[in-house]
Each structure stands twice: as structure tokens, then as C-alpha cells.
Design a protein around this ligand. Structure first.
Ligand code: ADE
Length: 229
């Protein structure tokens, strides 16, 4: 059982992505427990303020340190966390390798940055790792946290069944996936490749590997060069 705690100023944003389909099933099967914490519950004033203007001036609002510290510390009293992760566009780029590593942990905490940023003392004192899901800026870390949790949870043993197995995913071995087809064998004049209709597993495997290689070379020269390392 993996436990993931997510600290957020906008917890409603995380509701649907983590409560449907495979994410829901994973929780029902007891493979993962995902707990979302509303940062506003750790605010001190009656307006439940979690952000403030930046020292030195500038646009946008910065998440205040006190609510985040209090929320994180109360969670850390209950259990030890393998990683406390801040979602931020200036973090380490998320990829399949990092998803694989994180799926092996027991307790993860994800902190969603919001607005313009997070008080730097949160990064200094609380955070063990900073992750970005790509070189673009979202309005907050919530959607990024949902992406990271989704990518991790599907890798936890027993979450996917054998036919959904993650082993043949794109990126698992620095190769993209091969083309897939389902019935009918011919649709609007477009035929399923003959190799897939043979029932010859060796031949199908050979064809799929060739397609993965070709697709990776055509689309992702960066992955091809990392394979040779
Ligand atoms: N918050 C805003 N943009 C982000 C990104 N690209 N990755 C992670 N967190 C973010």
C-alpha cells in the first residue's frame, strides 16, 4: 500500500482526476491511499488567507509559509515521508523513470504551488524534491500533481491487470509504443497490417519491435541517442 498526501489551496481541482476509472479502482483495491489536504484549514485568520504579496514588489500572490509548514509538519508527525515534493515549473522534469522510482516508495507528499509562487523557505526547509511536468506554466500545481500521481499509481503492482500491463508502455525502455488495431480487420478501405492477423506470436513480436524502433527514430531522436549511451 502506497500513501500519497496532497497539500493544496484548491483541493476541488484534484477531485475528479483522482476519483475516476483506474485511480478509483486502485484506491478501492487498497493499492493506494490518496488524501487531499485543504491548505485553508491551516490558515489562521477568519478569511482563511493562504497567500500574500511578494516582498520587494511585483505582480501575483505568493503562498505564505505558515499554513504549509503547519500542514506538512502535522502530517510528518503521523508518519515518515520518503519524499516531500513541490510541484513547480522550475523543478526537475518529470519522466517515466522518475514515475518508476516514485512508485516504489511508501509515503509521498505532494505540495501544489499556486498563484505566482511559494515562499522560498518552504523549499529550503520542507521539500526534498521539486518536480515540473514540462516547460510550460500552469495556474497551479494541482493539475501537475494529478499527472504525477496518475503516472505513479498505474505502476503500482496489482493496479493494472495483466492485459493492461505497464511493461509494454511507451518510454519503459526508451522506445515509443507500436501501432495498435482492433476489429474490424478492414475499415473504410484501411486494412490492419497482415502480420497482426497471422496468429504467429514470434512474427507479431518482430513486427511490433520494428514499428517501435521506426516510430521512435522518426519522432524522438532524443530518445534514440539516449538508448546508445
Ligand atoms: N505549476 C505550474 N506549472 C507547473 C508545471 N509545468 N509543472 C509542475 N508544477 C507547475
Amino acid at each position: 500500500m502506497v500513501r500519497v498526501d496532497i497539500v493544496s489551496g484548491v483541493p476541488d481541482l484534484l477531485e475528479s482526476p483522482l476519483q475516476e476509472s483506474i485511480m478509483r479502482r486502485a484506491q478501492e483495491k487498497g493499492k493506494v491511499e490518496i488524501v487531499v489536504h485543504d491548505l485553508r484549514e491551516y490558515a489562521h485568520d477568519k478569511h482563511r488567507t493562504i497567500d500574500d504579496t511578494p516582498y520587494g514588489g511585483g505582480s501575483g500572490m505568493i503562498l505564505k509559509p505558515e499554513p504549509i509548514f503547519e500542514c506538512v509538519e502535522s502530517l510528518q508527525k503521523a508518519r515518515a515521508y520518503d519524499e516531500v515534493i513541490l510541484l513547480t515549473p522550475d523543478g526537475e522534469r518529470f519522466n517515466q523513470r522518475l514515475a518508476n522510482d516514485l512508485s516504489l516508495k511508501r509515503h509521498l507528499m505532494l505540495i501544489c504551488g499556486h498563484y505566482k509562487g511559494v515562499d522560498e523557505r518552504v523549499r529550503e526547509r520542507l521539500v526534498s524534491r521539486e518536480i515540473s511536468i514540462g516547460d510550460y506554466v500552469l495556474t497551479g500545481g494541482e493539475l501537475a500533481a494529478a499527472v504525477v500521481v496518475d503516472a505513479i499509481v498505474r505502476l503500482i503492482p496489482g493496479v493494472l491487470n495483466a492485459s493492461e500491463s505497464a511493461l509494454s508502455d511507451s518510454f519503459q525502455d526508451d522506445l515509443l509504443g507500436h501501432p495498435e488495431y482492433t476489429r474490424p480487420a478492414e475499415f473504410r478501405g484501411m486494412k490492419v497490417p497482415a502480420e497482426l492477423l497471422t496468429g504467429d506470436h514470434k512474427e507479431i513480436e518482430r513486427w511490433r519491435n520494428e514499428q517501435r524502433q521506426k516510430r521512435t527514430e522518426a519522432r524522438r531522436t532524443d530518445l534514440v541517442s539516449s538508448q546508445k549511451k
